[in-house]
Design a protein around this ligand. Structure first.
Ligand code: AMP
Length: 396
C-alpha cells in the first residue's frame, strides 16, 4: 500500500484539489440519483473538518473538448450543496484566470466546484501543461474518483504528479476492498463470473484463474464453455468462435490448479420472455430447440457449498437472464447465500462491474456484501489485472 490517505496529509489552511466522479443522471436539470454525490461526501466533510478547502475537479458527460452548456457542472451546485450541507461556489473553468481567482477567494467552510474538465481537449490527452495549470489552483491533490482511475487523463493522472497527493475516502475504501479480494486475500478464494459473453471477459477470466482457487462460471458465457467441450446447447446464447479461447482458459486453469465450476443443471425455455414456459434439465441435455436462461437448483447448491468453504468471494455478472423472472432465481439464491455468509462474518465478499450491482440489488443482497463497487469499467480493468493509471499515479 504505497499510497497516502487524507490522514497522512496536513490539510489545515490548504486548498485541496479533489478529483471526484459526480457524473450523475439528470432530468430537466435536476439530479435523479445522487448516489455518486453521496459517496464523495465523507471526503469533503473530512477535508473541511481538518480545516482544508475542497476544490472539486470532475468530468460530466462526453463533451469531447468543447463547451457544451448541457454538460456544465453548474447544474449540480444545488444538489452538491444539499448533500454536503455547506455552500458550494462555482467557477466557469477548471484552469486559467477565472479558476485561479475563484480558488483564491474561497472561504473557510465553502466548497469550490470547477467547470467540467472535459471542456478542454487537453484533459483526455493527459496534457502536462494543462495539468500544470490545474495544479496552480491547489496545494494538495486528492483523488476520490476510482471509477475514473482506468483513464490516464490530466485530472486523474498527470495532476497527481504535480502536487503532494493522496486518496480520498471512497478511493481508499475501493482500494482496500479490492486488495482484500484479490491482492492479498484470505484463502480459499472463489470468483463468480457471469454475464452474457466470454468475448467481453477473456482478460478477466484469464487473470482470475491465476488468482482464485475456484472459478464459478455462469450466465450466457457458461454456454460457450459447455459448447467448447462438445455439449449441445441448442439455441442458447453462445459464441462458437470462442471455443478455442474457452478451451485455453480451461487448460490454463487446470495447469495452475484452479477449479472451474460450470453449471451441472440448467433452466431452459423456448422464448426469451418473462414467465416463459421452462424446465430444468441436466447441463448435457439442453433440447435442440431450447435455450439455457439460468443455472438450475443443483448448480446453485454446488455454488452455495463452495461459498460455505471459501473465505473470500469476488463476483461479477449474473448467473442467468436476471432481468426476467423466473430466470433470476440462481442469481438471487446464490447472492442471498453470499450475503448471509458475509453478514455472519464468514465471507469477505466484493462485487462490482456492469449489471452486477443491479442484479445484487434486485436479489436484496447488496447491503450485506462486504463491498460493492459502483466503478464499472475501472472495477473490470482491475479484475483483469491491469494497472489503473490513476491509482498508479498515487504511488500505489
Ligand atoms: P454482462 O453485462 O456481460 O455482465 O451481461 C449481463 C447480461 O447477460 C444480462 O443482461 C443478462 O440477461 C444476460 N444473460 C445472462 N445469462 C444469460 C443467458 N443464459 N442467456 C442470455 N442472456 C444472459
Amino acid at each position: 500500500m504505497g499510497w497516502k490517505t487524507l490522514d497522512d496529509m496536513e490539510l489545515e489552511g490548504k486548498r485541496v484539489l479533489t478529483r471526484v466522479d459526480i457524473n450523475v443522471p439528470l432530468e430537466d436539470g435536476r439530479v435523479t440519483d445522487a448516489t455518486r454525490i453521496e459517496r464523495v461526501a465523507p471526503t469533503i466533510a473530512d477535508i473541511l473538518k481538518a480545516g482544508g478547502k475542497p476544490i472539486l475537479l470532475a468530468h460530466f458527460g462526453r463533451p469531447k473538448g468543447k463547451r457544451v452548456p448541457e454538460m456544465s457542472l453548474e447544474q449540480l451546485v444545488p444538489a452538491l450543496s444539499e448533500v454536503f450541507g455547506v455552500p458550494v461556489v462555482f467557477a466557469p473553468d477548471c484552469a486559467g484566470p477565472e479558476a485561479r481567482s475563484a480558488a483564491e477567494k474561497l472561504e473557510d467552510g465553502q466548497v469550490l466546484l470547477l467547470e467540467n474538465t472535459r471542456f478542454h481537449a487537453e484533459e483526455e490527452q493527459n496534457d502536462e501543461s494543462f495539468a500544470e495549470e490545474m495544479a496552480k489552483l491547489g496545494d494538495i491533490y486528492c483523488n476520490d474518483a476510482f471509477s475514473a482511475a482506468h483513464r490516464a487523463h490530466a485530472s486523474t493522472e498527470a495532476l497527481a504528479r504535480k502536487l503532494p497527493c493522496c486518496a480520498g475516502r471512497l478511493m481508499q475504501a475501493e482500494l482496500e476492498a479490492l486488495e482484500k479480494a484479490l491482492g492479498d486475500p484470505k484463502r480459499p478464494v472463489a470468483a463468480v463470473v457471469g454475464g452474457a459473453k466470454v468475448s467481453t471477459k477473456i482478460d478477466l477470466l484469464s487473470n482470475l484463474v491465476e488468482k482464485v482457487d475456484r472459478l464459478i462460471i455462469g450466465g450466457g458465457m457458461a454456454n460457450t464453455f459447455l459448447s467448447a467441450q462438445g455439449i449441445d446447447v441448442g439455441k442458447s446464447l453462445s459464441e462458437a468462435d470462442l471455443a478455442a479461447t474457452a478451451k485455453e482458459i480451461l487448460q490454463k486453469a487446470e495447469d495452475i490448479g484452479c477449479d472451474v465450476v460450470l453449471p451441472c443443471d440448467v433452466v431452459v425455455a423456448r422464448e426469451f420472455k418473462e414467465n416463459a414456459e421452462h424446465e430444468t434439465v441436466g447441463a448435457l441435455d439442453c433440447p435442440a430447440d431450447a435455450m439455457i436462461l439460468d443455472a438450475g437448483e443443483m448448480s446453485v447448491a454446488r455454488i452455495n457449498d463452495i461459498l460455505d468453504h471459501s473465505s473470500t468471494l469476488i463476483w461479477n455478472g449474473p448467473l442467468g437472464a436476471f432481468e426476467i423472472a423466473p430466470f433470476d432465481a440462481a442469481t438471487n439464491a446464490a447472492a442471498k447465500h453470499a450475503a448471509e455468509l458475509s453478514r455472519d462474518g464468514k465471507l469477505i465478499s466484493v462485487a462490482g462491474g456492469g449489471d452486477t450491482v443491479a442484479a445484487l440489488n434486485r436479489a436484496g443482497a447488496a447491503e450485506d456484501f462486504t463491498y460493492i463497487s459502483t466503478a464499472g469499467g475501472a472495477f473490470l480493468e482491475w479484475m483483469e489485472g491491469k494497472t489503473l493509471p490513476g491509482v498508479a499515479a498515487l504511488g500505489a
